[in-house]
Design a protein around this ligand. Structure first.
Ligand code: FAD
Length: 341
């Protein structure tokens, strides 16, 4: 039901499928590029609609990268004050661009920042948002976006539509859609938009306590090998062992929600329903029981190894190799063996 206080809109004015392209330092995050691939698919189903991208305080090089991955048009929001992320100002700037270009569909990567921004943007645009979608389709009859996401603890899939409002907004977890191939022959339009914002927050300092330990390791969503720890590690020290093993295997470290809650690993490393979806070649679960919400993040892992003293833990049933035992004995042996190779 549309809210009667919301301003009326003309649906026919909204065209195209646009994506928010989140920056990470001097590059674009993979999730934005993955969404460009899906946006092309949706645009095709809408009869060849335009695919657009929005970057806040980005560079033309980033915009070109987006074009190589499927964008027809990229808007760079040019405002030096937005070099550092603050949610309200970013949301205001992005909403201004969306209001100007009026895409029919606007997609955002469900990263920590993306989730935060999506809610602010949807509120500013007086439209709905479906968070954490795992599939997106076009309803062949109504041409509405079908926003599909797990519900009831992952046991069911809900299909949500926003038939009355535009744009139709969805956030999608990293790793859900494949990144389209990079085609340097693709061409597109790059537009620089100067957007002013009302400053409501001022950043005083950034503290990256837990991030420091894993700063030199790749993010979980792009690593080929992920060694993840859970509550069974017993302490933050357990993670040091996992970091050593991950480095030897040329991979990275991940964590269960319980390990993140215990303060042993940063939130950016959480795998599962409310964390990251990953598709590594090798996943090693250490001290993780394998709750359904965790398993949902590793469905696409090629080989799963579990280390757990409980042979009946659900992760053991889902593993290709189940090692029954205490990680404190097994991981040092594994490290020793790998070093010997
Ligand atoms: P536990 O379930 O406590 O398991 C610890 C395991 O360690 C046990 O199997 C134990 O046998 C083993 N162990 C103990 N000692 C050792 C040892 N010495 N060596 C090796 N193993 C040992 N969870 C996520 O992970 N990701 C999510 O995104 C997520 N989202 C959620 C969303 C919702 C809405 C809800 C309700 C829950 C969510 N959860 C999520 C939580 C999930 O349900 C579980 O509670 C959580 O995954 C359990 O974490 P764990 O496996 O680390 O801990």
């Amino acid at each position: 039901m549309p809210c009667s206080l919301w301003p009326p809109i003309k649906k026919e004015e909204y065209k195209g499928v646009w994506v928010y392209l989140e920056r990470e330092g001097d590059r674009l995050k993979d999730v934005g590029l993955e969404l460009l691939g899906k946006a092309r698919d949706l645009a095709q189903k809408l009869g060849g609609a335009e695919v657009g991208g929005v970057i806040v305080a980005g560079t033309e090089e980033m915009a070109r990268e987006a074009i190589y991955h499927g964008a027809d048009k990229v808007v760079i929001i040019d405002n030096p004050e937005l070099k550092i992320y603050t949610p309200k100002e970013y949301a205001e700037a992005i909403a201004t661009v969306v209001q100007k270009y009026k895409p029919e569909i606007f997609l955002i990567g469900a990263t920590k920042r993306g989730r935060e921004l999506a809610a602010y943007i949807a509120n500013t645009l007086t439209t709905g948002i479906t968070a954490d979608c795992t599939a997106l389709e076009i309803d062949p009859k109504t041409r509405d976006l079908m926003q599909i996401r797990p519900t009831f603890g992952g046991t069911q899939l809900a299909t949500i539509k926003t038939p009355q409002r535009r744009p139709q907004m969805a956030s999608v977890r990293p790793g859900v859609f494949p990144k389209p191939p990079r085609d340097t022959n693709r061409t597109g339009e790059i537009i620089i938009e100067k957007v002013e914002v009302t400053r409501k927050t001022r950043l005083i300092s950034v503290e990256k306590r837990l991030e420091k330990d894993v700063a030199d390791l790749p993010p979980v969503e792009s690593a080929d090998v992920v060694v993840a720890g859970g509550r069974g590690l017993g302490s933050a020290d357990g993670f040091k062992l996992l970091i050593e093993l991950a480095k030897l295997l040329g991979g990275t470290v991940g964590a269960s929600l319980m390990a993140v809650r215990a303060g042993w690993a940063p939130h950016t490393r959480q795998i599962g329903q409310t964390g990251k979806t990953i598709r590594p070649r090798l996943y090693i679960a250490v001290g993780i029981s394998g709750a359904i919400q965790h398993l949902m993040g590793i469905l696409e892992a090629k080989t799963i190894v579990a280390i757990n003293p409980d042979p009946h833990a659900p992760i053991m049933e889902n593993a290709d190799y189940a090692v029954v035992g205490d990680y404190k004995q097994i991981i040092p042996l594994l490290i020793e063996e790998i070093k010997r190779l």
